[in-house]
Design a protein around this ligand. Structure first.
Ligand SMILES: Nc1ncnc2c1ncn2[C@@H]1O[C@H](COP(=O)(O)OP(=O)(O)O)[C@@H](O)[C@H]1O
Ligand SMILES: [Mg+2]
Length: 403
């Protein structure tokens, strides 16, 4: 038994070793990799550098608000400038503290502040203090150490949506509390409407300078992707057509370089796993399907609880009667609520949730007219029970309802 399994492992390893190696530098296509050269971002990079360069004369840079859609190079360009500035200040014996935090990843104001503090050399317990106390300690650190600090708060729109603009207010109005140190804030937002969610005072402070990152054109995406491919793959390991297809497929919505780079990486992985000598268009199409599946799964996971329950009611035991009326779904839904000890919402709210699921493409809802018997909504699920089971498997409340 043991021999047999180690034998088959051996075969797997042998195969892997014998397979042609397509990637020269796999990491270069990871989403957090910052390439050395960012084509079509010279203007933005220069602007960010100009705003922050007063640091090199030990004066406080203006606060800066950067915005543009996802995948337009905001994070990569900003990190690129930060790393150049760090080197320049080190080489010239200038003391400056650069701190980067992705606030969406951090998740809460407390964790954002703790992360910022840690990067200034101040350790704060993971939990247990009031947010105001963590802020006060961080301000104390800047004051006592006379820090010349730049805090980059990436995906700041996310934090403001959840918690309001309080933290931004506190950070942009702290100059008295931190003198003789100083602090400049660079906020990065994927949401173009973000400015409307800021109070007037915070907005005017944060957007002393503003830089917009426009979407890439299809042509620009193609150039960017060819450059990344050359660096990431061995020569001859991919066809030009495959790279062009990745760019074309990603350019169709808006010029999103993240999607293009992800697609190229996954296509490369598919090709390598198949043992192919060359990444071609066929692998790109498989990768595209995989990405779309992951996207559906992410959408499912982030649904609110009652929307999940309504969806389960629509999808479960779907084989007998393919289309269900909204009334039938409501019955199933209330049953599911009862089974999990949750109070059911009204039929009206559930009807609203069905409309939302329709907008997300998870069900298709049509109004059917029965003449004088009135109208009813017919709902056809657009995903299978298996897909649901997969996506909800870590959700303690709803996963058991699918058994
Ligand atoms: N001009 C560019 N050249 C090369 N790669 C780029 C360029 N712009 C973006 N990328 C790559 O595309 C992906 C998304 O970029 P990112 O900076 O994270 O976008 P944003 O922060 O605007 O959502 C990253 O992998 C990044 O390295
Ligand atoms: Mg980003």
């Amino acid at each position: 038994m043991l021999d047999q399994s180690s034998d088959s492992l051996e075969t797997i390893f042998q195969k892997a070793l014998a397979a042609p190696k397509l990637f020269r530098n796999h990491d270069a296509l990871r989403s957090d990799y910052v390439p050395d050269h960012l084509p079509f971002r010279d203007d933005q990079i220069t602007s960010v550098a100009q705003v922050l360069s007063p640091l090199l004369h030990s004066s406080k840079p203006s606060n800066l608000l950067i915005y543009g859609k996802t995948g337009t190079g905001k994070t990569a360009a900003t990190r690129h400038v930060l790393s150049k500035l760090t080197t320049a200040s080190k080489n010239n014996g200038i003391q400056a503290t650069f701190v980067y935090s992705n606030v969406r990843m951090a998740g809460t104001e407390y964790r954002v502040l703790a992360e910022l503090a840690a990067q200034t050399g101040l350790s704060v317990p993971f939990t247990g203090l009031a947010v105001s106390e963590v802020l006060a300690r961080l301000q104390g650190q800047i004051k006592n150490k006379k820090l010349h600090a730049v805090f980059v708060l990436d995906e700041i729109d996310y934090l403001v949506k959840l918690f309001g603009d309080r933290l931004l207010y506190d950070l942009t109005t702290s100059s008295d509390a931190i003198a003789p140190g100083f602090l400049s804030i660079v906020g990065i937002s994927n949401d173009l409407q973000f400015k409307e969610e800021l109070g007037a005072r915070v907005l005017s402070r944060l957007s002393e300078e503003e830089i917009v990152f426009p979407p890439y054109t299809a042509q620009e995406l193609t150039t960017i992707l060819h450059e990344r491919a050359k660096f990431a793959f061995n020569s001859g390991a991919y066809t030009e057509a495959a790279v062009n297809l990745c760019a074309a497929l990603s350019g169709s919505e808006h010029g999103d370089a993240r999607r293009a780079v992800d697609l190229l990486r996954i296509a490369g992985e598919v090709a390598e796993r198949e043992g192919s000598k060359q990444l071609d268009e066929k692998h790109v199409r498989i990768a595209l399907q995989k990405i779309d599946q992951d996207r559906i799964s992410d959408a499912l996971k982030s649904l609110p609880l009652h929307a999940k329950l309504v969806l389960i009611a629509a999808v479960k035991n779907d084989s007998s009667e393919n289309k269900k009326s909204s009334g039938t779904i409501y019955e199933h839904y209330s049953g599911l609520c009862k089974a999990s000890g949750i109070e059911a919402l009204t039929t009206r709210r559930v009807s609203g949730l069905i409309t939302e699921l329709d907008t997300l493409g998870l069900v298709s809802a049509t109004l059917v007219n029965y003449g004088r018997y009135g109208r009813t909504k017919k709902v056809t699920p657009q995903i299978s029970q298996d897909v649901l089971r997969q996506a909800f498997q870590d959700d303690g409340v709803v996963s058991q309802l699918l058994d």
